[in-house]
Design a protein around this ligand. Sequence first.
Ligand SMILES: [Zn+2]
Length: 316
Amino acid sequence: MSANPSITLIYSDEFLLHDTGWGHPERPDRLRAIVAALQSAPFAERLVWQSPQAVSEQTDPIDSLTAAIERAHDRTYIQQVRELANRGGGQLDMDTPVSPRSYEVARLAVQAWLDGMEQAIATGQQVFVAARPPGHHALRHRGMGFCLFANAAIAAFHALDRPEIQRVAIVDWDVHHGNGTEAIVKDCPEIAYCSIHQMPAYPGTGRPREDDRDRHLLNLPVSPGATAADYRTAVEDSLLPFLRSFGPDLLIVSAGYDANQADPLSQVQLQPTDYGWLTQQLLNLTRSVVFGLEGGYDLESLAASVCETIAAFEPS
Ligand SMILES: [Zn+2]
């Protein structure tokens, strides 16, 4: 045991190059704010900053990263994103722009989540992945809601390739339901998907599942105006018992921070410290956890919440 254990953070300046255009909430400044806050955090000296390595795309045979992405997405959709980027950019939907560099940056974001997943398994420790674009709204055949590739689902499928990983749980605490992740993993009973989200809110999905015979899907909607006390009830009465019963070997957290009171995209009333509490609850279940950034659009509360998450990591 080290008196001053290190914390792995996966980040690359390349993630700033996914250009969503003026006025878009999912903007490069989100990562700039997180990086600045981490550099001045009390645990800053313990952070080990790692960058994902870009994997060049190959077709015959396909490279390992493309193969991983194809487990969650149709090849035609992947090609659509690439061609849109190559043409100089465009829109996948009203909210979801693709810029000239977006395709390669989205691939690098997937690689960052995969790296984080592998490190969490190898070390039995927590890893934070500060990447963008986010992924939990991306469907198998189309991107939406600021999301291009389904980072969490891709990492979960890939984790199951490891002989020591039999079951993976994705906990999605972004304030929006991760419709893409749920749709992509719902036929895989070795992957649990659990989401706490505001309802009604974008994208309109996320009602409690009554058809879940494998007991691997859990939707916990909260009302607009929900408080930390509402989250505690949902977590203690529903989320934790569900996870204990599922028994994951690895947790993947779709860590969005748009349930903060200050966030412009929701009406939930969390404070940054509440994310520290949420993190502690998950770490009571297992130490192998990879946290990957999803939403969070108020820069100050976003950066503070990421710091609270990492400050709650357990020493090795
Ligand atoms: Zn969100």
